[in-house]
Structure formats: C-alpha cells, structure tokens
Design a protein around this ligand. Structure first.
Ligand code: NAD
Ligand code: DAU
Length: 364
C-alpha cells in the first residue's frame, strides 16, 4: 500500500455481505471496472441475500465470468474462527509470500439491515451487526489488514422536517431503532479499535440507497414490485417522512474514493442531496407506471418512525467524489426497468416479505 499524498492501492478485497444489495453492486462494479482487483466474498446467505447476485446478468457465476478474480465463502461473521480464516487467507494472498499485507482490505457490508425486522427480533441485529463487526475488526488487527466499515446515517437519529441543519461528522449519535442502535454500537467499536488496538480503518455513514438487487422488503422495491403485480403502493402513516436518496453505484464509488484517498481513522458522510418525502417517491413511481397520483394505500405506521434523514456531504465531497445520478427520476426509471426485467429474481422473496408484513400491517 502506498500512502503518499494520501493515496492507497488495493488489489485484494474481502467483501462481507457481498451477496446482498450494496455488497453485490460493489462486487459487480469493481470486477467490471478494476481489472487489477481480486475479490473474495464472505456471506452467510441469509434471507436478505440472493445467490443470483453472485452471477452476471446473463446468469454466469462470477467465478466463471472472472476466472482467478472472484471467490466465495458461505460463512457467518459471528463465527470468529471463520472470520479469522478468511481474513488470514486474504492477508497471505495479498502478501505474495513476503509477509506484507498492504494491498488487502476488507469492505464490511454484512449486516442485518431492515428496521422493521429489528423491531421484531433485535437479538440477531446485536449478534451480526455488533459481534460480527468486532470479529472482523479483531481479525483485521491480527492480520494487519485495512478495513472500511460501511455504516448508516441512521446512527444520528432523525431531524425535524423543518430543521435547517443536516447530519455532519460532528452530529452526536442518537439512534432510535434496534437496527440503528446496533450500527451505532458497531461504529463505536471500530473507532475504539482504531484508537486503542491499532486498527487501520475508515468509516462511512451513507443515506438511503436505491437501485438494482435491493430486497423487496425495502420501501422502493416493495412499491415497484407491487405496481408490477397490479397492486397499490403502501405508505406508512401519512407518508410525510423524508429520506435522502442516493443511487447504489454513487454510494459504492464513494466507498472506493475513501479506500483510495480517505484519511486513515476518519469518518465520511455519503449523500447526494436527494431528500424526498415518502409520498413524493410513491407519486414519482405512480407517474412512471402511468397511474393516478392517489392510487396508493395508507397503512400502519412504523413504531418510532424516524421523521427525516439528511446528509451534509461536505466530508466526502472534499475527497473529490460527486454523484453521477443527479436525476432521481432517471435513476428510478432505470431501477423500475431492472425489476420489470428480473421478475424471477424477486418473486419468491416478495411472497415471503409480504407474508411477514401481513402479521403487523393494516390499512388505515
Ligand atoms: P442487505 O440486507 O441487502 O444485505 C446484507 C448481506 O449481509 C446479505 O447478503 C446477508 O446474507 C449478509 N449477512 C447478514 N448477516 C450475516 C452474517 N451474520 N454473516 C455474514 N453475512 C451476513 O443489506 P444492504 O442494504 O446491502 O446493506 C449493506 C450495508 O450497508 C449494511 O451494513 C447497512 O447497514 C449499510 N447501509 C445500507 C443502506 C441502504 O439504504 N440499504 C444505507 C446505508 C448503509
Ligand atoms: O438511511 C439509511 C438506511 O436506509 C439504511 O441504514 C437501512 O439499511 C435501509 O433499510 C434504509 O432504512 P429505512 O428504514 O429508511 O428504509 P426502508 O426502505 O425500510 O423505508 C424507507 C421509508 O419508507 C421509511 O420512512 C419507511 C417508509 N416505508 C417503508 C416501507 C417498507 C413505507 O412508507 N412503506 C413501506 O412499505
């Protein structure tokens, strides 16, 4: 790894959670655009993963599409022995036998990621998001491997709808769901390992992602897949809550910017000035599907529902990154087309998540 002028070069990556939404988009984009990089994915293949995420759009397994550049281990980050093996192997591969592990990094995406699930079963969020992250940080220290920790803007809690401030790196942590509490805890562990155990790491807190391969339990794909099936979008409460949307490719490009140019030990907030209320997003989708603006349902609100997230992206912009997807409408249309063209990808997962929602959700 070269640290001159704050630039690093990585040739061997371990991507945890690489069979999920953000991780798989990171893997595909990296394999397609950075021929010098080899990727190993460690993923437990929970309900949130889709094995098809580790194939090309044509259905070719990534191992075959990128011979010698892609490998996969099915494993749980809560299992410290598995984590140590995989991180140790990454370090050995990157060192080329001379003991230096400078070209290796972990991009840590694996997590339980859905707020609604965390209200039902918080324990698994503590295990995966906190204990799993501690295992990775400890293995990274042991094998002297760099780690980039992917976190969320939800650690800061929420903002009033009319608050002139946005989240910055100085905003205090105030998580409100078991999911965001587990991510906040993981962030604290990473920073504690940086300060007291010599972990070489960076952290990013990103806003809401959208794009291909997002599980149909999440807001945007849930509404797109409903509309494809001729059903109505379902808005929690009045739909006035605001999220700050960013395309997943813009997020992943920002992660690469931090890997290469970020200051060790620093935190970067990633956002693309994409604030929209949920009702606005539903109306955008209804317009794309040629339907009337009020053709949606109001359903039970989420307990403790955060009102608004908004990122001040100055920290990531200072590294020279800027989003490519300036138009939310264009990104949304591309995403709709992806779900229309890949219905076998989401059908089964949608049946399962709608079954879960039906246990708690009622029309208002
Ligand atoms: P996701 O739920 O789509 O994918 C998570 C992946 O992690 C899945 O492949 C799953 O199988 C794997 N996983 C879960 N538990 C595991 C375990 N114990 N061991 C190994 N693998 C395990 O999540 P996502 O939306 O891609 O989010 C990825 C990361 O980005 C998470 O850390 C999340 O907190 C963060 N994040 C997400 C968003 C967003 O809008 N989706 C925004 C900011 C930050
Ligand atoms: O801000 C980053 C976070 O964004 C990530 O850390 C999380 O992993 C990711 O899931 C996301 O969290 P949210 O809770 O904001 O996302 P979700 O897609 O669950 O909901 C987005 C908004 O839409 C939220 O205000 C709740 C609302 N919603 C959600 C669903 C599933 C609805 O109105 N109807 C729905 O059917």
């Amino acid at each position: 790894m070269s640290t001159e002028a704050n630039t690093r070069t990585f040739t061997h990556l371990l991507v945890t959670g690489g069979a999920g939404f953000i991780g798989s988009n990171f893997v595909h984009r990296t394999l397609a655009t950075r021929p010098e990089v080899k990727i190993h994915v460690l993923d437990a293949l929970t309900y949130a993963a889709n094995p098809d995420n580790l194939k090309t759009e044509e259905g070719i397994p990534l191992e075959e599409a990128y011979p010698g550049r892609f490998t996969f281990t099915k494993g749980d980050i809560v299992n410290s022995a598995v984590v140590d093996d995989v991180v140790g192997e990454l370090a050995r591969e990157a060192s080329g036998g001379d003991g230096r592990t400078s070209g290796a990094a972990i991009v840590h995406c694996a997590a339980e990621s859905h707020n609604d699930n965390s209200l039902v079963d918080p324990g698994v969020f503590a295990r995966t998001n906190v204990e799993g992250t501690v295992n990775l940080a400890a293995a990274a220290v042991r094998h002297n491997v760099f780690l980039h920790h992917i976190s969320t803007d939800e650690v800061f809690g929420d903002l009033a709808l009319d608050d002139p401030q946005r989240f910055t790196t100085a905003t205090p942590y105030r998580p409100s769901s078991p999911y965001s509490a587990s991510k906040a805890s993981a962030d604290h562990f990473i920073r504690a390992f940086i300060r007291s155990k010599g972990l070489r790491a960076t952290v990013s807190n990103c806003s809401n992602n959208y794009g291909p391969r997002q599980h149909p339990e999440k807001f945007i794909p849930r509404q797109i897949t409903a509309l494809i099936e001729g059903k109505k979008p379902r808005l929690y409460g009045q739909g006035l809550n605001v999220r700050d949307w960013i395309h997943v490719d813009d997020h992943n490009d920002a992660v690469w910017t931090i890997l290469e140019k970020g200051t060790e030990g620093e935190t970067y907030l990633i956002g693309a000035d994409g604030e929209r209320s949920n009702i606005q997003v539903v109306r955008d989708l209804l317009r794309i599907f040629g339907q009337q603006p009020n053709a949606f349902l109001h359903v039970t609100d989420r307990p403790g529902h955060d009102r608004r997230y908004a990122i001040d992206p100055i920290s990531i912009r200072s590294l020279g990154w800027e989003p490519v997807y300036w138009s939310f409408d264009a990104g949304l249309r591309e995403t709709v087309a992806w779900y229309q063209n890949n219905q076998q990808w989401w059908k089964e997962a949608r049946v399962a998540s709608e079954e879960k929602y039906s246990q708690t959700e009622r029309e208002l």
